[in-house]
Ligand binder design. Sequence first.
Ligand code: AMP
Ligand code: MG
Length: 338
Amino acid sequence: MKKTDIHKTKILREDELRDAADILLRGDTLIFPTETVYGLGARYDSDEALRKIFEAKGRPSDNPLILHVADASWVENIACDIPREAWELMKAFWPGPLSLVLKKQDHISSLISAGLSSVAVRCPSHALAHQLIEAVGLPIAAPSANPSGRPSPTREIDVLEMVGKVDGILLGGDCMVGLESTVLDLSGENPLVLRPGAVTLEEIRTFLPGAQRYLGDPQKAPSPGLRHRHYAPDARVTLLRGSERALLSFIASASPTSCFLLPSDLNIDFDHVHTIAFLPEGHPEEAAARLYALLRDADRAGMEEVYIAEFSSEGIGEALMDRVLRAAQGNILTLEEV
Ligand code: AMP
Ligand code: MG
């Protein structure tokens, strides 16, 4: 980074919401909390402001941004040819962790849509995010607030790593969901879940029985973000498969720079391996809320390897395993019975 690119970052709290809104209104960048992950926002109607998002994240320009709105009525000024089902979904799941990809109106900047003819919109349920959007009075364009490729930030300690890269950070504690929103594409012929999240395909199918998960080649993905390396810490991530016995014996011989994310019902005494986190099996929402924080902590602790056991893909478990597989970038270790 050139010296002139270093930003003086204002750290703000809830009672300084007006200052946070002013940062956005004057065309600067602000990190703010949402229920999914922290977002890195700019006003949607200024290309100069939008460019600052890509600079701060080192984000490739073919990766589009999500527009954050205060309520569904704002979508009328953003999208066109909005199908009836989109309104039903907004009514059912907004405010909440569902982004809808719709045909965009001409005035939406191609920096937001990454040159596509569509735009993603979402109405966050986080109280501070909602108040911020209302105070700004305009949609806020925001991707997740991580440097491109890294796990998304879900805690205050994580976003503070962006000091110097953005103009403001509005702190709001831990994000409740902890994984990025479900992205549902309604701009094509068939409804497609491009990215799984806390709103599940099953829930979407109650409104759109024909909805499918996009399972094609990520290089041809209609959601450009899926093409990029994502959610990975510096440590090498491996998905571990195998019986409880095989897992136990593998853990017993692991190096001290290895750490493990395991289901909490695994019945073992781990005194010899201190870097272990248990994710509550049967409560995938708790595991999802902690995943990115644990990946970031592994880097902070200087771990070289993170082994993650397979969790159930029920409910938000599908999104959880999607992010684990992306962080693992194809590293899967199937343990043989000993
Ligand atoms: P982030 O908030 O960092 O997860 O980034 C937004 C993500 O939303 C992108 O990486 C895409 O996967 C998705 N997205 C945003 N706009 C579109 C769009 N017009 N078409 C398809 N996917 C989109
Ligand atoms: Mg992101």
